[in-house]
Write a protein that binds this ligand. Sequence first.
Ligand code: CP
Length: 309
Amino acid sequence: MQLSTKHLLGIKDLSPKDISLILSTAQQFKEVLQRPVKKVPSLRDVTIVNLFYENSTRTRISFELAEKRLGADTINFAASASSVKKGETLLDTVNNILSMKVDMVVMRHSASGAPHFLAKHLPNTGIVNAGDGINEHPTQALLDAFSITEKTGGLEGKKILLIGDIMHSRVALSNIYLLNKMGAEVMLSGPPTLIPPYIKEAMGVQVEYDLKKALKWCDVANVLRIQLERQNQVLFSSLREYNLSYGVTKKLLQEVDKDIVIMHPGPINRGVEIDSDVADGNQSIILQQVENGVAVRMAALYLLAGTAN
Ligand code: CP
C-alpha cells in the first residue's frame, strides 16, 4: 500500500486511509525498535537533509534517529550556523543542497507555509514538514495518535481535550485535523484570548473555558505550551495567573477523580501549563510519546520514499 501524497506537509492533506497506513506501519517499526538490532536497510542509498530553521530537541533528534534506523544517509543543517546568516534565500539554500544529490528534505521553519513553498518549487523531492510556524506539525499529531491508540485501544469515539494556547499551536491544528478525520471527539479549553473565536464552527470542535468541566468530560488531555515566542501582544495577565486557571495540577486531577491520560508534546514549562507531579506522574505518557516519535517518523519516511519511486 502507498500514501496518496509524495510530501508530508500537513494532516489536512492526508486521508483517513493514509493516517491508518502510517500508524500501522509505525507499529511494525516499533517492534523493530524493541529488537537487539534496531536497524533495517529500508532506506539504504536514500539521502535525507534535516533542515532546521527553528530550534528543536525532540523532532530533530527523532527524525535523525529514524533516518539512521532505516539505513539512510543523513545531513543535519542548522540555519543559525549556515550561509542563511549571509543572506542566502530558502530556495537557493535548498537548491544548493539538492545539487549534492539529496532525495528528501525534512524542514522546520518559523514561517507558516515554508514547506509548502519548497514542495511547489521542488515537486520531485519529498518534503516533510517538521513544524511550520503556527500552521501544522503533522508528525507530532501522528505520534500523538499512535500513543493514544497504544494506551486506550483506538481513536474512534475517544474524547480528546486540547488545553492551552490553541491560537499559536501547530500541534493543536494538526491534532484537530487528525482526530476529526479518525472519528474522535475534540474539545478545546484555555483562556478565551488563546482560542480563536471562529474555531468551533470552522473545525467542528467543542470549546469549554472551565478546565475542571473539560477534564471531567475527556478520556485524554493533551496539554500545550504557551507559545510566548509567537505572541506579539500580552494575551493573559501573568504565568502565575495562567497556572491558577489553566495549569493541570495534581490537586485539580484529584478533584476531577478520573483516570485521564495526560499528554504533552514538549517542551514543558513546568509550573505553568502543567505541574511536575502531573508531568512525571503515573497518568502521564509524555515520554512514551517521545519514544513513539521515532517509529512514527520511520513509518512516514519509509512510506514517502515508496511513494516517490
Ligand atoms: N514537540 C516538539 O516539536 O518538540 P521540539 O520543538 O523540541 O522538536
